[in-house]
Design a protein around this ligand. Structure first.
Ligand code: ATP
Length: 311
């Protein structure tokens, strides 16, 4: 596992990471979320052994990242922010160089190289210089170097940044596939990515942990949790429908999005008002073009938690 104990990092007087303590177990895909400058990259750099902490300690699979750095780093695949590599090298020569650096030899070397070429669809760009690759392919080469030695731990700093929607989908599928027997930490600004790949999320702001939970539990903290979204086939009936729904005992308040004519009915604490609204609609003969129960909105929870911290 990864064990971080009271990790702190200061740059002069700036405290970038402030006393972080957490563990990550195999099978966990942990998403680091936080506003710009929250300390996500700094934390990942410390765990990857790229940057020493000012104080505190991180161990990876039992190896201290500072005092047993080589052993710890053998366990880790790291995709740094921006997927840096050697732009003058071809994708193939770069990945072969990484294979040698990782001490892969013989048939295992060939097998691992072939596997990452295949997994990241790199075969047709292998002989291209990295600085002539598109952003997406550069990122794929970065991911390939991170997984080449099939590490137990993957640390991926914004792994899908700059990828088109198809590539994002592919990379998320790959992360899901690898997640069974690995520890994966990713940082992302894309909240849909947290839903798509993470089974745990840590929200960081000003170098401190503000929330640490499953995406589902975080969503449940949203005011939209168990709210009902409604659109009517006949939008002119919206005000009358809103008034009727407002009078249901299961409803605490309603809101209308003027732009989309969507009505949101918020539940009274602990209530799930979907059935009551459906029954009321059937009695009144309303025609819904949309009616669904919301699980919650991670973006709203993120704003509430991090906005609250900023305030
Ligand atoms: P982003 O989402 O924008 O990538 P982040 O959460 O990854 O941000 P970090 O890059 O870890 O944040 O930065 C945390 C803080 O530390 C920021 O205020 C940043 O300016 C500062 N910082 C990072 N690296 C250095 C450095 N080498 N020297 C001085 N300050 C730094």
């Amino acid at each position: 596992m990864i064990d971080c104990q009271e990790l702190s990092k200061q740059y002069g007087s700036l405290v970038a990471v402030n006393n972080l303590t957490f563990q990550v177990q195999p099978g966990e895909v942990l998403g680091f979320l936080g506003p710009n400058g929250a300390g996500k990259t700094t934390t990942m750099r410390i765990i990857a052994g790229f940057l020493p902490p000012t104080s505190g300690k991180a161990t990876v699979c039992g190896f201290d990242i500072e005092t047993q750095a080589t052993k710890a780093k053998q366990m880790i695949g790291y995709l740094p922010e921006g997927a840096p590599s050697y732009p003058e090298m071809t994708a193939k020569s770069f990945l072969e160089f990484i294979a040698d650096s990782r001490n892969l030899k013989g048939s295992e070397r060939l097998h691992r190289l072939d596997e990452v070429y295949e997994l990241l669809h790199l075969k047709h760009v292998l002989n291209q210089k990295i600085d002539t690759l598109s952003k997406g392919y550069t990122r794929r080469v970065g991911l390939a170097q991170a997984i080449l030695h099939d590490p137990k731990v993957l640390i991926l700093d914004e792994p899908t940044d700059g990828l088109d929607p198809n590539q994002k989908y592919e990379v998320r599928k790959l992360i899901n596939k690898m997640s069974e027997n690995k520890i994966i930490i990713i940082s992302t600004h894309l909240l849909e990515e947290v839903d798509a790949v993470c089974n745990r999320a840590i929200i960081i702001s000003d170098g401190q942990i503000l929330a640490d939970d499953t995406p589902k539990n975080l969503e449940a903290k949203s005011k939209f949790h168990n709210a009902v979204s409604i659109k009517l086939s006949e939008p002119s009936e919206l005000n009358a429908v809103r008034e009727a729904i407002n009078s249901l005992p299961e409803i605490i308040s309603t809101e209308v999005d003027e732009h989309s004519n969507q009505l949101i009915a918020f539940p009274d604490s602990g209530k799930i008002p979907l059935q009551a609204i459906t029954e009321l609609g059937a009695t009144k003969g309303w025609e819904f073009s949309e009616l669904h129960l919301e699980s919650g909105r991670l973006d709203e929870v993120f704003r509430t938690i991090t906005g609250g911290a900023a305030a």
